[in-house]
Ligand binder design. Sequence first.
Ligand code: GCB
Length: 610
Amino acid sequence: MLEYSLLYPISTSTRCAMKLDGMWKFRIDFDGIGEKEGWFAGLPGNEMIPVPASFQDFYTDKDIREFTGDVWYETDFVVPAAMKGSCVFLRFGAAAHRAAVYINGKKAGEHEGGFLPFLAAVPEEAVSGSLCKVVVKVNNELTETNIPCGCTKVLKNGKKISKPYFDFYNYSGLNRSVWLMSLPKASIFDIDLTYSVSGCDAEIGYSVRTTGDGDVSLSLFDEDGKKVAEASGSSGIIKLSDAHLWQVRDAYLYRFSVRLSSGDVLLDTYDLPVGIREVRIEGTEILINGRPVYFKGFGKHEDSDIVGRGFNIGVMKRDFELMKWIGANSFRTSHYPYDEEVYRLADREGFLIIDEVPAVGLFESLANFLDAGTGKGARSFFSKPTTPVLLKAHLRAVEEMIARDKNHPSVIAWSLMNEPETSEENCVPYFTEVFNTARELDPQKRPRTFAMEVSSSPEKCQCIHLPDFLALNRYYGWYIKGGYEISDAEIMFREEMDKWKALNLNKPFIFSEYGADTYPAEHKLPSVMWSQEYQNEVFEMLHRVFDSYDFVKGEQAWAFADFQTTEGLMRVNGNRKGIFTRERQPKEVAFLIKKRWDSLPLDYKSEKRV
Ligand code: GCB
């Protein structure tokens, strides 16, 4: 159980939440002297930087952009009188990859893992209305004992460099909002919800965990603000006849309002948007409210110009508009859980999310993604002396992700790893523990999966039995037999699919990645690799294969938009497999995909089609 509540920060009559976003003081610890010189009590200099944002792309100096080590942030705040008598916290949406928080010079919290929130308690003496100082030391070094995996190298000139085992730039810093928030001494700590839907009738199972004594009661309001149900007790079942269900791209959100009281005194109250929907897998079908769904969408990144992986609310809005335009209904939060705003908007818009924990780079190779298409053998990642430490960090991230995201109707599955090494038996205990933990922690017992690279083949993968549906990342026509050899790529792809079919797993498959790098300015007749025309050919070929296998129940193209990566021979200022450019404009292939997705019914290929 987590030591603090990860309920999204909101203000109600009993709790306050305010953002501390804006310009913070900033200092890069080039010489590793910050600790010794007591920077935790206040930073030297006057350099300022926006929060939330990655620090890398603001500066013109490459030594800053590539800096690997500690960077320090500082701001002042005052605890408002309204928070007096409450427990006061700072809540960090994310600090990549590890952080230590100091309030008025004293350590107030620390956290490892760069994509999930954590809280630091504001000490009581600071809650007096006087000016407080928060200093945060953020470290961005990659290791094999935390996720995402990578390492740090030292150049001959003594400077450090990050070597990710994954294909996205190691953007870091305070990438998400920082909140000052207060909770009453007796408060609502966590809420679990489960749904069972039968026709128009629904049962909502609830369980509310509190700190301190008090009685729990709750009300359910519809979108018009009308109360449709009430209940009391910390757990129970609400029955709703004629429920308005949350459907794919047709969302409906009730307001679930929880109260904790002692007699007539209201101790705490919390409101949660709730979408009533049931997720089930039956044979090769993925069912939402009993209806088969074919997934259309993307693997994405949180990545944009200037702010890097910093949350950018405007870019988020544009991304949702583009996904609606192209006819998508889903996405995977590759390769880490995204900002909470993304899930809130997906709840509102009716998108399905496969929520991915940041377990990427679990592969004995300095660039896992380069092996992703080649099937190149690799030594196991899961029998090193450091494996138990890695597993602990991985399980903690699973716990934090599920605690944070379990109540979003949009979240319909967990992706527990991206492209791990699976061909040696010693990965099985590791995987089993991760899969079991997710099942145990999720009150809704949502489907679990992991994204499989090509060496996780029908013959070699040792973990096929674990996922509830299979998610394949495949690059036929790009890493495998690209260009004029594309006809061989199609044959090889079909051979692989025939082998999956022969296994008769009776589970749904989705393609969680496929695509081709394309430079938007490049046109060529006849096509060559990297041209717009070639990206179209690859997608036409892949679509033909997807359409030939009924157990394929979805396609999520790689990637939604071009994104920044570590520089190298394989990347032209980033990964160019975007269907949209990094500026969020369509490449040619976007029109081809739109035509297809607009025409595919939601229950495409379902045996239950009427
Ligand atoms: C993959 C990885 C993804 C890469 C992609 C590529 O398999 O999961 O992170 O960006 O391949 O483009 O190589």
